[in-house]
Unconditional design. Structure first.
Length: 85
């Protein structure tokens, strides 16, 4: 999940740079402080989202075969195996 949000942050900065180039304006890159804050916030958010499954709450679905919320293909089900190739 973290890679996706980091890619969004990079693409947003790239978009700002391309819009400035299209308008023939100077683009000022983000400061090191802003980059660090964005990176720390994205990684913290991802760590919180990943650790939600460790909290024993009933309304959070578990990734087990009995709940149907598994993240691995079932060996007997060929359609799932094709999807994971």
């Amino acid at each position: 999940c973290c890679n996706l949000w980091m890619a969004f942050a990079v693409f947003y900065q790239l978009h700002k740079m391309l819009v400035a180039a299209r308008k023939a304006r100077r683009h000022y890159p983000p400061s090191l402080r802003r980059i660090t804050i964005e990176s720390i916030s994205i990684h913290s958010f991802s760590a919180i989202m990943a650790s939600l499954t460790l909290i024993p709450l009933d309304w959070i679905p578990r990734a087990t075969a009995s709940t149907g919320c598994e993240s691995f293909p079932d060996v007997e089900h060929k359609g799932q195996l094709i999807f994971y190739w």
